[in-house]
Design a protein around this ligand. Structure first.
Ligand code: NG1
Ligand code: ZN
Length: 543
């Protein structure tokens, strides 16, 4: 392989001195800096495939980031995120200067005792960014340079590629590893669930979807063609005109707390926004007074976990259900889940791999980041119990109905990773079955007003956190300052952490009113700027 790696890598040279990290969501930066990274991730995925004797996925996307950026994530055999030790290999390989590349590869091969004679297979997918075509070609070059087989899925959502990898490695048990297989599995489950909803008007079946001008829009159209009009979808920001993630998409709607541009919605219309690679979803509507109401990942987790808990009771199944959140979860959601719903709530660090791992510890683990990335995991035992009950003939109608609903719920969910399309189908099915409007869903609990801000500092790593990122241990004095500020407000909470995907420190605050949340977020931003090496002018108040 030496010759072919040397030859091919010279077509994808690394700019000398450039250093990048495999972060929370893989490598992510301006697309111009990524060609060599893509080639090298093709190499690494091929090694990972030989190591695991399984198919590995490589997704080219920068999710909710601007069109000019791009990024790459590796997908492990069961569709999960790349394991931590290999993230370190990824960083090493990415930062090795051109002439040391072969040595760096050999180092990984030796450390992991990889048999280079074994076959290797890598699935590659990409989002709709203009840079994605050539960057995914660089990944393929990397795979071929090490003699790996590749399958190029072309334009797919991130969760679709996770799904393909899982299907392939479970030999079809999870489903068929094609986009058609994905559409038919999800839509069949959705249609089976919808049968339990009666007398719905076309109005009630109507959903407005903001595709963020990304890959979610065309992929949703493919799914929609299987839905037999049980869901009537109007897609806007479908990529035909606007710019990817610009003034639209799940991240914009969540952080700005306002509807996306590019859409005319009337009061009460049920709407949702995907992000650029369709692994996040948030819902929203405006009321008759024109006020905007957001239903974020926390509201989604509450809806889903309540539904599942009710079904477990009806089915008479004793399974342990938990909701996993991060520090960004609205305080009201945590209180409602613990005090009213009486479900176990866990808090992990930001980043889906942490939530995913925590969710695996329960029979049913519902995990969602407040930003709308999330899914539900069912343990093997849980799935078996549901299957068995759904097949059984000597149970009463109520138990049977609940068991079948649970079975179809399992099938509509993409358990490999958060999936906007799959989450959307589940949410729509739950609302239909419960005969619930988006307003009724929203009224389950009221969010505490909150604000997210960013502060630029010279080195964001000076901020170290503990307790699932809820407290800062350095720099000295920062946590004391935050504690002092929080005390000034009612029902207040605030924390700061370095972003894993942008060169900023994120500030979060919530309190009993929007004015208080905004003021607290601003004061904490000032403390960060002063105590953690702020760059440029001090943050200005929001009002
Ligand atoms: P960072 O930049 O580390 O805050 C953001 C999101 C994460 C996660 C990653 C990956 C927030 C506050 N942070 O991470 O939840 O989704 O991007 O996309 O939403
Ligand atoms: Zn995304």
């Amino acid at each position: 392989f030496k010759v072919s790696v040397l030859e091919k890598s010279s077509l994808h040279p690394k700019p000398a001195g450039l250093v990048l990290q495999y972060g929370t969501a893989g490598f992510r930066t301006n697309a111009k800096q990524l060609d060599h990274i893509m080639f090298r991730m093709g190499l690494l995925a091929t090694l990972r495939s030989r190591k695991t004797k399984a198919t590995i996925g490589v997704m080219v996307t920068a999710s909710h980031n601007p069109e000019e950026d791009n990024g790459v994530k590796l997908i492990d055999p069961m569709g999960e995120m790349l394991t931590a030790t290999w993230e370190d290999f990824a960083t090493q390989l990415a930062n090795t200067e051109q002439k040391e590349l072969l040595a760096a590869l050999k180092d990984i091969i030796n450390k992991e005792a990889i048999n280079m004679k074994l076959e290797a297979e890598v699935f590659v997918g990409k989002d709709t960014r203009s840079s994605s075509a050539s960057l995914s070609q660089a990944v393929l070059d990397g795979v071929h340079a090490l003699g790996g087989q590749s399958k190029d899925y072309g334009l797919v959502t991130t969760p679709q590629l996770h799904y393909m990898v899982c299907c392939q490695n479970s030999h079809g048990q999870y489903g068929e590893a094609t986009v058609e297989g994905y559409c038919s599995k999800l839509s069949q489950a959705f249609l089976a669930l919808s049968k339990n909803a009666s007398n719905r008007t076309d109005d009630q079946k109507h959903l407005f979807v903001d595709g963020a001008n990304g890959i979610g829009a065309p992929k949703l159209r493919e799914v929609e063609s299987h839905l037999k009009k049980q869901l009537q979808i109007s897609i806007f920001n479908d990529g035909s005109r606007g710019k990817l993630n610009h003034q639209c998409g799940a991240d914009f709607v969540k952080v700005q707390q306002k509807p996306p541009t590019g859409v005319e919605i009337s009061p009460g219309d049920r709407c949702c926004s995907f992000d650029g690679d369709a692994d996040r979803i948030v819902y929203y509507y405006t009321d008759s007074r024109g006020f905007f109401h957001l239903l974020d990942g926390d509201k989604i987790a509450t809806l889903i976990s309540t539904f599942l808990k009710e079904l477990l009771v009806q089915a008479g199944l004793d399974l342990k259900i938990a909701v996993v959140q991060t520090a960004y979860a609205n305080g009201s959601s945590t209180r409602y889940l613990e005090d009213t719903m009486k479900v176990i709530v866990r808090c992990t660090k930001t980043g889906v791999k942490h939530l995913h791992h925590a969710a695996q510890e329960f029979d049913i683990g519902v995990y969602f980041e407040a930003n709308g990335h999330g899914t539900v995991l069912f343990s093997k035992t849980a799935e078996e119990k549901v299957q068995l009950l759904a097949k059984s003939t000597n149970i009463n109608d109520e138990r049977k109905r609940a068991a079948l609903l649970l079975q179809n719920t399992v099938n509509v969910i993409n358990q490999t990773v958060g999936d906007a399309i799959s989450d959307m189908l589940l949410i729509e099915a739950i609302l239909a079955i419960k005969g619930m409007t988006v307003q009724q869903w929203d009224a389950i609990y009221s969010d505490l007003p909150n604000r997210q801000l960013k502060v630029t500092v010279s080195d964001r790593r000076v901020i170290e956190t503990t307790d699932a990122e809820r407290r800062a241990v350095s720099p000295a004095g920062l946590q004391e300052a935050i504690d002092g500020l929080v005390k000034k407000y009612k029902q207040a909470r605030s924390f700061v952490r370095p972003s894993g995907t942008e060169d900023v420190v994120r500030v979060y605050a919530e309190a009993d009113s929007q004015e208080s949340a905004d003021a607290l977020a601003h004061e904490v931003s000032l403390a960060v700027h002063r105590l953690a090496g702020g760059v440029g002018a001090e943050p200005k108040p929001l009002h």
